[in-house]
Design a protein around this ligand. Structure first.
Ligand SMILES: [Mg+2]
Length: 397
């Protein structure tokens, strides 16, 4: 763990770029909010400990605000295996609680005011993140500013890694060869007791210099000492979330015993958890996901705190469609991101993305989308073809 930036001012939610942007001098007024549940075929099932997604379901949020509109995504899984949230629960949370909390008045003075209104609902960060992203997209579009610029001074592109879908060694090796050939800068393998270590060893044997990571999604509490020792001897860039999210002291103990950097994902539910990770020395790397933390504002604050504490940070993925991916890219382009992100091209998971496809170049970089707001929007024909349900949940008129 680094020493941090001594003497640097501690960032807070009220700081920075999320102050009001009102080029016309008028407050931001919401006119309508609608939800789409979409389902996109995955090119291959996405498998991890206690999860298997055969298709990608997500909730897309669209807000109307005067002459502009905005889009956000809740990349919420179909079952509560990653966190407590799942798609049916997120839909109800948005419709029954978050939208009523947001719109007792249609006027918003700042995005920070929105976060305060949504905070009256406990939890449900993935549900909140989609609603927040849609409002901020519209907000930035009205001001003709890109989301990444609104968040700070972004790089023009982001470094991309990729999560392998296969856990069987020979199949995973074929995928690894393909992805490294496509330019991806880091490979990540899902691991759990009894699965994944042989896959990591096979890839390490074939590609001794590749940046390689293992993600246990909290499953390694049941691992044997031998499995932990084997894992620690493979020269991994990091091992992600070896223990369940709430096992802070366990992670601090592993961080002392293991030479491989410990990365936290599910444990980091808000920016406050970055302070906790630093205080306990429980991680030297953080996987920051805007959706897991309730949105881009909280995630940006978490990134600022990671910089303050001298902890590596990068942006992870939740198999987002192009809408959620655009938000992740905006965060991944910010100062303080120190490792490749789990942000892959649209064709990693989808034959057809909901937006124009995102691509990775041969050096493993993805360019930021041009344009204001998140820089993209659903393509009408694909949205229509893949919408399972649609509902206007609030309208001013
Ligand atoms: Mg993870």
């Amino acid at each position: 763990m680094g020493a941090g930036q001594s003497g640097a001012a501690r960032p807070a939610l009220g700081d920075g770029p999320w102050e009001p942007i009102a080029p016309d001098g008028e407050a931001f007024r919401l006119d309508g909010i609608e939800l789409y549940e979409v389902e996109l075929p995955l090119l291959e099932p996405f498998v991890g400990p206690a999860m298997k997604e055969l298709s990608k379901r997500a909730i897309l949020v669209r807000v109307e605000a005067g002459t502009t509109s905005g889009w956000g995504e809740c990349p919420v899984p179909s079952a509560p295996h990653y966190s407590e949230e799942w798609i049916e629960g997120a839909w109800m949370a948005i419709q029954d609680f978050l939208v009523p909390a947001l719109v007792p008045e249609k006027k918003l003075e700042s995005p920070g005011e929105m976060a305060a209104r949504l905070a009256v609902v406990r939890g449900h960060p993935i549900a909140k993140s989609g609603l927040e992203a849609a409002v901020i997209d519209a907000w930035c579009k009205r001001a003709s500013i890109g989301l990444a610029d609104w968040l700070g001074s972004p790089s023009p592109s982001v470094d991309c890694g990729v999560v392998l879908g296969a856990t069987e060694p020979s199949q995973a090796l074929r995928q690894a060869t393909k992805f490294l050939g496509q330019g991806y800068q880091r490979l990540k393998v899902k691991i759990w007791p009894g699965s994944g270590l042989q896959t990591l060893e096979a890839i390490r044997g074939e590609f001794p210099d590749a940046a390689l990571a293992g993600d246990a999604n909290g499953s390694f509490a049941a691992a044997s000492p031998q499995e932990l020792s084997t894992l620690d001897d493979m020269g991994l860039s990091l091992v992600e979330q070896p223990l369940p999210a709430e096992q802070w002291l366990g992670h601090a103990g592993l961080a002392r015993r293991m030479t491989t950097p410990i990365c936290l994902d599910e444990s980091i539910r808000s920016a406050f958890d970055v302070d906790l990770a630093a205080h306990l020395r429980a991680a030297t790397s953080l996987n920051l996901k805007p959706a897991r933390m309730g949105g881009i504002i909280q995630a940006r604050l978490a990134l600022d705190l990671a910089r303050l504490h001298g902890i590596d940070a990068w942006v992870g993925g939740m198999i987002e469609t192009g809408i959620g991916r655009a938000v992740s890219i905006a965060l991944a382009a910010q100062e303080g991101i120190t490792a490749p992100n789990d942000i892959s091209a649209s064709d990693r998971h989808f034959g057809l993305d909901i937006t124009e496809p995102f691509e990775v170049d041969s050096s493993g970089k993805m360019a930021l989308p041009a344009g204001s707001g998140i820089g993209t929007a659903p393509l009408d024909s694909i949205l229509a073809a893949h919408t399972r349900r649609h509902k206007v949940v609030w309208s001013w008129v």
